[in-house]
Design a protein around this ligand. Structure first.
Ligand code: 5AD
Ligand code: SF4
Length: 493
């Protein structure tokens, strides 16, 4: 009998992409996908551990699912993803009805793990011994990656370019949950992007916990390894000229890093737009900004999380840069790519954050004038370095600081958006919203709403901005009303 699977995803875009891969694999193994948990034989939650709140939501949801299982004991419940890795056996203690706990590095084992659950059931092994726990891999085995076609979107597709994170930010659980960095080979990525373009996708979002360290370690052990080897390869290139990113590395040693990957995608595939997330300021080099300026497909948008505007807190966070070097990066970026839109993540209430530290964050935000910002209240994550320090900023203070940043950014965003009224933007039309209007994104990642026919979905159009509401631009099709062909027309935001 066909087994029906319901999968809910929490957390970041990496998780959304992992869920697509999971669904693709399960479809290939004969499962059917359902939209409602009541119709499912297997309920899976792909979870996030980045803040306590994300974990509590998943625990709460699975608690409700346990009730369903009391009525239908044959139901299979699984916790996947980062929380599975962070909480391990603790999941079974808090949720005894859960059958399977599998981490991000075990994603490709999922069909086998589910078969294992079924087998144990048949042998009528019940109780704690029947639980399946798979969380011990350190690196996701990319050589076992199955090629599946399932994608949630039709216009934009996620493409994972690397897994894991080698950084040691004091607050962050991700290096623990997602393991060591490993990059996918260039030609595999180029093939995937070109197949997507052929299938009608117009935009790819390249994903990695730190896309800027792409190429550090490939599955075959090659890669630029560390900053010293990276510099040596750059010197070689300066002498020999740059090689193609996907050429044979034994013929000419060359640097295959993130900018090289972007150039290769721009030159060798027919995808119209490329975005990427997320960038760590320590590894974002000037060459990245040049690529953004020179490559038509690469959108002029950079998410460059600063986290705080206080040098003392940056040091405690072990971010590896100062506000001075960060501001110099932003200045260089804006010189090379004047129309670029920039966004950030901010954490308020990190251990030891004083009012002066917080004011420094506000001051930095006033200086940079981000186009958008995500703000988070610090949440101690067991097992991270900072979890050992007193969480000494009171909750009420965290909430106030959070609110101040939100208001500050809302004002700056509004001012920047209003300055764009009257200008023309290139919009990739993605879908109809609930009000029946077409919506899409500008190159700078602002949502733009326009009126128009369904045939524009999946098209690049030029739109004139008539007004703004909240964080959205309202536009009308520009005079020509024509679809843009590659290389023509609007590039501003
Ligand atoms: N507490 C609060 N925010 C966090 N982030 C990561 N870890 C924590 C934590 N322990 C935020 C960072 C990161 C974003 C994805 O989540 O700002 O960039
Ligand atoms: Fe959450 Fe981070 Fe894991 Fe993404 S990588 S799911 S944000 S903990």
């Amino acid at each position: 009998m066909v087994q029906a699977v319901y999968l809910q995803t929490y957390g970041c875009q990496m998780n959304e992409r992992d869920s697509e891969e999971i669904l693709g694999m399960l479809i290939a193994h004969g499962y059917a996908i359902v939209e409602r948990e009541e119709e499912a034989d297997v309920i899976l939650l792909n979870t996030c551990s980045v803040r306590a709140h994300a974990e509590e939501r998943a625990f709460g949801k699975m608690g409700l699912m346990q009730k369903l299982k009391r009525e239908r004991p044959e139901l299979v419940l699984g916790i996947l993803g980062c929380m599975a890795k962070a909480q391990r056996e603790e999941v079974f203690r808090r949720l005894p009805q859960v059958d399977l706990v599998a981490g991000p590095a075990e994603i490709y084992d999922l069909p086998d793990l589910l078969a294992g659950v079924a087998e144990r059931r048949q042998r009528a092994e019940r109780g704690a011994g029947a639980h399946v726990l798979a969380v011990d891999r350190k690196v996701r085995p990319l050589d076992r990656r199955p090629v599946t076609g399932y994608r949630a979107g039709r216009v934009t597709a996620f493409v994972t370019i690397m897994e894991g994170c080698d950084k040691k930010c004091a607050y962050c659980i991700v290096p623990t949950t997602r393991g060591q960095e490993v990059s996918r080979p260039v030609d595999e990525i180029l093939d995937e992007v070109q197949q997507l373009a052929r299938a009608g996708y117009r935009q790819v979002i390249l994903l990695g916990q730190n896309v800027n360290s792409y190429g550090k370690r490939f599955p075959d052990g090659s890669g630029w390894v560390g900053p010293a080897r990276r510099r040596a390869l750059l010197q070689l290139e300066a002498r020999n000229g740059p090689g193609e990113a996907d050429a044979d590395p034994r013929a000419t040693p060359r640097l295959v890093d993130f900018p090289a990957l972007l150039r290769a995608i721009d030159r060798k595939t027919s995808i119209d737009r490329v975005r990427f997330t997320t960038s760590h300021p320590f590894d974002a080099h000037e060459e990245l900004f040049r690529v953004m300026a020179e490559c038509r497909a690469v959108c002029e948008f950079l998410h460059l999380p600063v986290q705080t505007g206080s040098d003392g807190i940056l040091r405690a966070m072990r971010r590896g840069y100062t506000t001075e070097t960060y501001l110099a990066q932003i200045a260089r970026l804006r010189t090379l790519v004047p129309e670029v839109a920039v966004s950030t993540d901010i954490i308020v209430g990190f251990p030891g954050e004083t009012e002066t530290d917080f004011e420094a964050t506000c001051a930095l935000m006033e200086r940079v004038r981000y186009d958008s910002a995500f703000v988070f209240k610090y949440s101690p994550r067991p097992g991270t370095e900072a979890a050992a320090w007193p969480d000494d900023v009171p909750q009420l203070v965290k909430e106030r600081r959070n609110q101040v940043i939100l208001e500050l950014q809302a004002r700056i965003s509004r001012e920047k958006l209003e300055a764009g009224v009257g200008s023309e933007v290139e919009v990739l039309v993605e879908e109809r919203n609930r009000r029946g209007q077409l919506t899409g994104k500008s190159r700078g990642n602002t949502t733009v709403v326009i009126e128009g026919p369904d045939t524009l979905i999946g098209e690049l159009v030029a739109a004139r901005v008539t007004r703004v509401t909240g964080t959205t631009m309202i536009g009308e099709l520009a005079d020509c009303g024509e679809r843009l062909t590659c290389g023509s027309g609007a590039r501003s935001h």
